[in-house]
Design a protein around this ligand. Sequence first.
Ligand code: AMP
Ligand code: ZN
Length: 467
Amino acid sequence: MKLYNTLTRSVQDFAPQSSDKTTIYTCGPTVYDYPHIGNWFTYVREDVLIRTLTTVGLNPDWVMNITDVGHLVSDADEGEDKLEKGAKREGKTAWEVAEFYTEYFVRGMEKLNMLQPTRLTKATEHIAEQIDLIKKLEEKGFTYTISDGVYYDTSKFPRYAEFARLELNEQQEGARVEANPEKRNPTDFALWKFSPKDHQRDMEWDSPWGKGFPGWHIECSAMAMKYLGETLDIHAGGIDHIPVHHTNEIAQSEAVTGKPFSRFWFHANHIMINGDKIAKSAGNGITLEDITSAGFSIEAFRLLVLESHYRTQSHFSWETLEAAQNRLRSYYAMAAMRWQSFGGVDGLTEADMEAYKSAIQTALENDLSTPQALAELSSLAEGVSTKGIQESSREAFDNLLIWIDEVLGLRLSQQGDINDHQKQLVEERETARVGKDWSTSDAVRDQLAEQGVGVRDTAQGSIWYRL
Ligand code: AMP
Ligand code: ZN
C-alpha cells in the first residue's frame, strides 16, 4: 500500500514494523463544543485510512485520544483552557462539559459509520503517565520552569524545525506580541501549567512542580507510547497540527526515547467554505445537525468527504452536498438490485464484480484515492442499472456490496427490500402499463412515490428504487 508521508514529503510504500498489526495514533477532539463539519472531514478521512488498512490485512491497532484538559485557546500556550471556557459558557463544570461532548463525539462517530478505535483514551485519565514523561524530559535537561509553568526548551532539540520545515527566524519575528516574555524561545511550549493563584480550576492535579494541569501536546506523546510503543507505524491528524502540535509531540517523544516517534505521518488537508477555513472562531462551523436539518442524509455528507482526496483542500457548499446526495441515490438504486431480478445473460458477471472490487482496492491502496474509488463505484452503478446482474452472480454482487461498505462505509448493503404491499403496487403498475391503462399506471406510480419508491421501465419489466 502506498501512503504519502509528511516526514519525507513523498508517497512511500507502507508496511508496518510488525507482521501482525499496524500501530496507529490519531489526534482526537478537544471536547469543549460541538465539532464542525471541518473536524468531521478529518475524522472520516482517518476512518478511510483505518478501513483500508483493515481491508488489505494490515490489522490496525488504533488509539485515538480525547483532549479533555489543557488545550489552551492559543497555540502559544496562552489564554484559557478550552474546557474551562466551555464550562463558563454553559454554567457547568469542566468535567460535565467533557463528558457531554465526549458522548456527543462518540455518537457522531457512530452516525457517520466510523469504526471505533481499539482504545479511546482521555487525557484526564493519563495524568500520571504525562507527569512521568515530563520527569524524564526534566532529567535529560529539556525543561525549565517559569512563573506559569514548566516549559520545553526547543533550542535543546536541534531538529525541532525539521519536521514542519519551520523557518525559526521568521517565526521569532512574527511571534505574537502577547506571547509569554519569560519563555526562552518563542517556540517553547508548556508541559505543565500551574493552577492560577486567584481561583480554583475544576481540573487540577498535584505534581512534583506544584498543582496544575498538563499542556496539550504531552498527552499525545504519553498515551501513544503507553499503548503503542515508542515508535508508531502511523500518526495522523489535520495539517494544522504539523507546525505546532505534531512538531512538539516529536520533540518531546524523541528527546526521551532517542527513536523516531512515528514512521509515517498522515495529514488531512482542510475544508473551506466561501474561501475561508471552517473554524469555530470564524463562526462558519456548520454541524452534522445543520446537515440533517437541511434534509440531507449523514451518508450523503460522508460521500461528500470521499469525493475529494484527503491531501487536497476541499470546499464545502450546499450545492456540492446536494450533488453528493444525488450520487448516493444512484448507488442506493444499484444496491436495490439485489432484491430484484434483472439482467439475464447480458448482466454483469462474477468476473465483473471481481474486477470492480480489485479496481476499488487498487485506488485506495494508492494513497487512499477515494475519488478514483468512487469513479469505479459509479461505473459499477451505471453497469448494474443498464445491464443488470446475471442470476448466477447475485451472491457475488451481495458480497461486493458488503465489501464496499467495509471500505467506504456508505451502508449500501443495508438498504432493505420494499414491503409486500409496495411489491404488489409495482406489479399492478406494470400490468396497467402493459395494458396501456395510463391513468392507473400514473396513479399507482404516484402512490409509490408517496412511499418513497420510484419505478423505471425496462425491456424486462419494472425496476424499483428508493427516491
Ligand atoms: P480540534 O478539536 O480543534 O483540535 O480539531 C480537531 C481536528 O479537526 C484536527 O485534526 C484539525 O486538524 C481538524 N480540523 C479543524 N478545522 C478543520 C477544517 N476546516 N477542515 C478539516 N479539518 C479541520
Ligand atoms: Zn495529538
